[in-house]
Design a protein. Structure first.
Length: 109
């Protein structure tokens, strides 16, 4: 499990570094990295690095962080249609949203 935390922490560190650069902050690679973290959080029980509120489970808290970050990045980019230059990334995000709506019986947000 130490390897998982190590690589997760490194990935988050790289994403945060990219967020400081206006060019790479909402680039395809950074959006894909946040998307990947979100899908990992949704499909696995990945341990928390020890941050956050005690009343919210770590997996739920981290899912919310990554989902909110992904939404903000896509909005800053100009919406999902602006990802049209990367159809694969656009399709994966649409697939994730569709699965979430289906399992949660909710409308997309």
């Amino acid at each position: 499990m130490d390897n998982v935390l190590y690589h997760k922490t490194r990935a988050i560190s790289e994403i945060n570094s990219n967020l400081c650069d206006p060019q790479s902050s909402i680039g395809d690679n950074n959006i894909a990295a946040v998307f990947t973290l979100l899908t990992i959080e949704e499909t696995m029980l990945v341990p928390d690095a020890g941050h956050g509120r005690e009343d919210v489970p770590a997996s739920s808290r981290q899912k919310m962080i990554h989902m909110n970050g992904l939404k903000a990045m896509i909005e800053q980019r100009g919406g999902l249609a602006a990802l049209g230059t990367n159809k694969c990334l656009q399709s994966f995000i649409l697939w994730l949203v569709t699965c979430q709506c289906y399992t949660l019986l909710a409308k997309p947000s």
